[in-house]
Each structure stands twice: as structure tokens, then as C-alpha cells.
Design a protein. Structure first.
Ligand code: PLP
Length: 440
């Protein structure tokens, strides 16, 4: 009996285990092999080999650009996310960098309209590093959708934001931004790092999703990686805004990316990702190692089970904190109300849950410090998406150097504590939080 991995019929839980690979064609090994090889022998017909280099044919050349283990990760995750294809890179930061840089024209005027609520390093990437490269970031407020539209001009290359911002959990109005993007011909890029399976930006109209695969996709805090996902709904036809998608690209032998994909089977699903792979990934060297790709494939296998458990635990913790007399405020999507609650319900699949990140407020900085120094089980670590519960007091760690007015404008106060709830037994998590609060 022949079996295939036709992704079309698979549910997401099944795609996490099957999409893109069934077994090794020679050994029939079920587990995805780690192709820890830098290069691939260029044997056979030289015309064919030249065709691979010229993107006239599919094939493997050099692992900075393409690798068989990584390619399985890319195809598997694209199937899970309901997208046309994905590109794996070295980290979440590399994913954000390449996702945006791939759209720039390289002439003054390129700009990105971005939510002002962002993970700190992403904020720096957009507002400092991209500025030095001639790409301007324009700051908009997801609580006021019109602030995005008013900043768009004919050189806006993307609208950007995080599904639920890290660490303040401000929800991004993805469907409304997608509508604005459609009207202006601008793609929406969503960093969905903290809500894989919970939110599916593809189905909400986003054009590109990015992930720090380092977090939940990996799940065990062992491996750095990033994914850029092309949802396949944006054509990049506006030649004034996206010249490098509509003209011969001298960065790769004067290729026209839209025509190149027509000749390819494996890499033919996304001109956006083909261009990114063959120019930006090739030139920046932001490649993921095959071993890391293997680790992420292992993580994906249990993603749906872990996400469900993360979310179940997080709801219990959020409810516990809400009732606690020493806690002034709790931010967690299921606790929101009014317009924000309606938006949360639009963004998430409640069958999975509301995510595992919680922000809560203690009275002041001293209370935050007492909490963080008295917990015993949870890890005091500035990371997200480990199987273990992680906790940070931003003011005494990640945000020590950020001026008070700036961090308060971003929603981080002296007594703010961020929790990323893990998959331990819930009683142990709650007992540790209670221990910390007893010391406050
Ligand atoms: N995006 C978000 C929302 C994050 O939380 C992080 C890291 O914490 C990143 C991107 C960057 O990911 P990485 O550390 O894999 O570069």
C-alpha cells in the first residue's frame, strides 16, 4: 500500500507529526534524519546543476541557503499554520529582520507602520537598527486602529505587530489591520511567537507571520530558531512600493522572482520566501543549523498537547492572581472585557486557550523584588515558552536601563511581574506564587 503525506486533508495535530515527511526513502527511518552536511555533491548533468543555482530547478547546494532537515521543518510548519510555505532561520530576531528587510526597495522612503507595543529587542531592531539601514519605523497604537492608517504612505512596505504584545499582552487588531492593508496594498506581518495554534494569523488576513521558534515551537528551552511564514495571500504587484518583486533582481542574476517560482516544484509556492532565501538568507548567513531544525521538529510533535496544558494552567493562575489581595492588576486575555474581549475572541481559538503569558502588578518595585527573590520552584529567567514556569521582574532585569516614562508608556511599571506559565502540576505553580506573595 502506498502512503503519502498530502497535507491538504490533515488536521493540525496530525500535520505536526506527518506533514512534509513520512520516512527516509532509502532506510525507511521514521524519524526525520539530521542532514548535518554543509554541502551537496554536484554530480550529474552540469546543465541541471547550473539550473539549481539559477533557480530554474529545485535542489540542494549549500546549507546556508537550504538543507534537507530544515526543509522538512519549513514544510511541516507551513502545513500546520495553513500557509503556502515557510523559511527557517537562526532565531526569532533573524526572522523579523529578514521578513521586513526582504520587502525594502533599498532607496530612501521605505517605512514600516508598527504597533508601539513590542518585545524590547524587536523595538530596537525597528527603531534603531532599521533606521541605520534607511528603513523608518512609524509608531502606531493598536488601541486606536486609525493611528495605523494615518501613517501609511505610498512607500509603506509593511504593517507590523505582535498578536499579544510581549510583555504587556496588548492584542493586535489583525482583521482590521488586514482590511486597512488590503485597501492600501500593504502586507500585514504578525509576530505570533506567543500564540502558536491559539491564533492563526493566516485565517485573520495577515500576509506573513513570524515566529521565534525558540519558544513554544521548541518547548524545552534548548534551541534558538525562527520561522517566516508566507500565508500566500499577498501578490507584491505594486511596482513602485515593491520594485524588487517586479523587476529583474540584480542580487540574483537578474531573476524575476514571480517567474522563477513557476519553474520550481519544491520552492515554487512563495516568491516572497524564494527571494528571501536566495538573497537575504544567503547574504546575511542567518541560517539555522540542521541539528536545531531537528530539535524544533521534535518540539512540534507535542506542540498541541503542551499548548493546551500551558493554557489550562495559565487560566487557573490568572484567576488566582485576580482574587489575591496583594495583586493590584492582572493582564491575561481571558480576563479582558468590552471591546478588548471581543477582539481577543476574534483572535484566538478558545478550544486551545488564551495563551500562557500573564502580567500582574504588585504595589511597587520593592514588592516586585521581594516576590522574585522568594519564589523557589519557578525559574527567574528572561525567556518565554519553556515547559517550566518562568518569571521576570522587568524593572530589575530587562528594563533596568529604560527611562521610567518610556517603560511606563509601554505598560511596564515598578511592580510589574511577567509570568510564562509552564506545564508542571498546577498546585505546585500556585503554591510557589503564593510563597512569593507571602513575602511581599
Ligand atoms: N518575538 C517575540 C515576541 C519574542 O518574545 C522574542 C524573544 O523573546 C523574539 C521575537 C526573538 O526571538 P529569539 O530570541 O529567538 O531571537
Amino acid at each position: 500500500m502506498s502512503r503519502n503525506n498530502s497535507n491538504a486533508q490533515m488536521c493540525r495535530e496530525t500535520a505536526l507529526l506527518y506533514a512534509g515527511y513520512r520516512h527516509d526513502p532509502v532506510t525507511k527511518a521514521v524519524s526525520v534524519p539530521i542532514y548535518q552536511s554543509t554541502a551537496y555533491e554536484l554530480d550529474g548533468d552540469l546543465e541541471k546543476i547550473a539550473g539549481i543555482y539559477n533557480v530554474n530547478e529545485d535542489g540542494f547546494t549549500y546549507s546556508r541557503i537550504i538543507n534537507p532537515t530544515t526543509r522538512i521543518l519549513e514544510k511541516r510548519f507551513a502545513a500546520v499554520d495553513g500557509a503556502s510555505d515557510s523559511l527557517a532561520v537562526a532565531s526569532g530576531q533573524a526572522a523579523t529582520f529578514l521578513a521586513i528587510a526582504n520587502l525594502c526597495s533599498g532607496t530612501p522612503g521605505d517605512n514600516v507602520v508598527t504597533s508601539k507595543y513590542l518585545y524590547g529587542n524587536t523595538w530596537n531592531l525597528l527603531f534603531n537598527t532599521f533606521k541605520r539601514l534607511g528603513i523608518e519605523a512609524r509608531s502606531a497604537d493598536p488601541k486606536d486602529i486609525s493611528s495605523f492608517e494615518s501613517l501609511i504612505d505610498d512607500r509603506t512596505i509593511a504593517i507590523f505587530g505582535e498578536t499579544f504584545s510581549n510583555p504587556c499582552l496588548v492584542p493586535l487588531p489583525v482583521p482590521a489591520l488586514a482590511e486597512i492593508g488590503r485597501r492600501h496594498g500593504v502586507p500585514v506581518i504578525v509576530d505570533n511567537t506567543t500564540t502558536p495554534l491559539i491564533c492563526r494569523p493566516t485565517s485573520l488576513g495577515a500576509s506573513i507571520s513570524t515566529y521565534s521558534a525558540t519558544k513554544y515551537l521548541c518547548g524545552h528551552g534548548t534551541t534558538l530558531g525562527g520561522l517566516i511564514v508566507d500565508n500566500g495571500n499577498f501578490a507584491f504587484d505594486d511596482a513602485a512600493r515593491f520594485p524588487l518583486f517586479n523587476e529583474a533582481d540584480e542580487a540574483h542574476g537578474d531573476v524575476l522572482w514571480k517567474e522563477a517560482v513557476l519553474k520550481l516544484d519544491d520552492l515554487g509556492a512563495s516568491p516572497y520566501l524564494l527571494k528571501s532565501r536566495m538573497t537575504w538568507l544567503r547574504d546575511t548567513g542567518a541560517a539555522i543549523s540542521p541539528f536545531s531544525s531537528f530539535q524544533l521538529i521534535q518540539g512540534l510533535e507535542t506542540l498541541h498537547l503542551r499548548m493546551q496544558r500551558h493554557c489550562e494552567n495559565a487560566v487557573t493562575v490568572a484567576e488566582f492572581l485576580k482574587k489575591h489581595p496583594k495583586v493590584a492588576r492582572v493582564s491575561y486575555p481571558s480576563l479582558s472585557s468590552g471591546y478588548e474581549r471581543e477582539l481577543v475572541d476574534e483572535l484566538i481559538d478558545a478550544r486551545v486557550g488564551y495563551g500562557a503569558m500573564i502580567m500582574f502588578e504588585l504595589a511597587d518595585e520593592a514588592a516586585g523584588r521581594r516576590f522574585i527573590t522568594n519564589i523557589k520552584l519557578m525559574y527567574h529567567v528572561s525567556n518565554v515558552g519553556d515547559a517550566r514556569t518562568l518569571v521576570t521582574h522587568p524593572v530589575s532585569t530587562t528594563h533596568t536601563t529604560v527611562p521610567k516614562e518610556k517603560r511606563e508608556a509601554a505598560g511596564i511599571f515598578d511592580g510589574s511581574i511577567r509570568l510564562c506559565v509552564g506545564i508542571e502540576n498546577i498546585d505546585d505553580i500556585v503554591a510557589d506564587i503564593q510563597r512569593g506573595l507571602d513575602a511581599v
